[in-house]
Write a protein that binds this ligand. Structure first.
Ligand code: SF4
Length: 369
């Protein structure tokens, strides 16, 4: 029941990654990257399907050599989500995956070498409508830029990115997106802010090598939060040393918290204290686990007592306020009293019922509108 995000997004030139629009007025795309051996086709397909189920809009796959390129072709045929091939230096791999149906090439034109090779890749991309992602990383800045700036800086990252952009400009190829990632939040944020003023293309946001599940989530949320709140960012990847599925979940949670995208339940829960009339933490954890499959955007409040309970519960689609007895609100109105017995089961049932009703209502709106 919360309203639209107040964030005014930077208007970028839209590109298509397969059937997923990136930039312009498209929803901010959430992506991740496989960490299986690409030559292990079965394992990679299985991981991509788990990412699809978690809501990935785009998935990137490393293609380090020609064997991996052939495996990429087999993988591509078995999944629905658009695939980006991550390629470094070897332009022949880019040409091969272009033939095999890749949806986006992540390759830095400046690293390919001879101009005729860059042109061959760009021509192949143009012929097949494949966009390119330029990906600059503070950890792999060109040697001359390291020398010029002494160390990675936001300006150095942007200068590197603009060099790659110039290659594509020279070849009159505008269908690309750019990332300027660093593991340092301030460096990444400043680099993206500088770059956003200089090009019209979509920006792929990420805090690279952010850390483990908890530390990387916090770092990514802080860094991406600053940029997204500025309206910068068209697609995001959360880099975690964790199961890639977690990257998708965290990505959505960041976008949900800024009301930039909605998917599944937006939980509002109090931290609990001795006033709680039911076990808030246990109830919350159980519900989060049980309701992961729900995709309908729904606000659910789980509040331990009447101090903040009614206020929050009334603002949610489904709200529970602790009390004697506990009280459920549906769409802001008191609907039902619940005891602590079977609280989670009953709450799950009510949330699923409301989600089904809302899905039906949303679908009817789309048909009418
Ligand atoms: S809503 Fe009630 S139970 Fe929850 S933290 Fe506040 S006072 Fe404590």
């Amino acid at each position: 029941m919360h309203c639209e995000s107040p964030i005014k997004r930077r208007l970028s030139r839209q590109i298509m990654v397969g059937n997923v629009p990136v930039g312009g007025d498209a929803p901010i795309a959430v992506q991740s990257m496989t960490n299986t051996d690409t030559c292990d086709v079965a394992a990679t397909v299985a991981q991509i399907r788990r990412l699809e189920d978690a809501g990935a809009d785009i998935v990137r796959v490393s293609v380090p050599d020609m064997d991996a390129a052939e495996a990429f072709g087999l993988i591509k045929r078995q999944v629905r989500v658009p695939l980006v091939a991550d390629i470094h230096f070897d332009y022949t791999i880019a040409l091969r995956v272009a033939e095999l149906g890749v949806d986006c090439l992540r390759i830095n034109p400046g690293n390919i070498g001879r101009e005729d090779r860059v042109k061959a890749v760009v021509d192949a991309a143009r012929d097949r409508g494949i966009p390119i992602r330029i990906g600059v990383n503070a950890g792999s800045l060109e040697k001359d830029l390291q020398k010029k700036y002494g160390e990675p800086t936001p300006e150095a990252l942007v200068e590197s990115a603009l060099r790659h952009v110039e290659h594509l400009d020279r070849l009159n190829f505008p269908d690309f997106k750019v990332s300027v990632k660093a593991s340092d939040v301030f460096m990444a944020v400043e680099a993206y802010r500088l770059l956003a003023k200089q090009i019209e293309q979509p920006l792929h946001l990420g805090i690279t090598e952010a850390g483990g599940l908890r530390s990387g989530t916090v770092k990514s949320a802080v860094g991406l939060g600053m940029l997204l709140a500025d309206g910068i960012g068209d697609t995001i990847r959360i880099s975690l040393a964790a199961d890639p599925v977690e990257e998708i979940k965290v990505g959505y949670d960041i976008l949900k918290s800024l009301r930039l995208r909605s998917r599944g339940i937006n939980f509002i829960a109090c931290p609990s204290c001795s006033r709680q009339n039911f076990d808030v933490v246990k109830t919350m954890n159980e519900l989060e686990g049980r309701l992961e499959d729900l995709l309908v955007p729904l606000d659910v409040a789980v509040i331990g007592c009447v101090v903040n309970g009614p206020g929050e519960a009334k603002e949610a689609h489904v709200g529970l306020t602790g009390g004697s007895p506990n009280l459920i609100y549906i769409d802001g109105k008191p609907a039902q009293k619940l005891t602590n017995d079977n609280l989670v089961d009953e709450l799950e049932r009510l949330i699923r019922r409301k989600a089904a009703e809302k899905a039906e209502a949303d679908a009817a709106l789309i048909v009418r509108g």
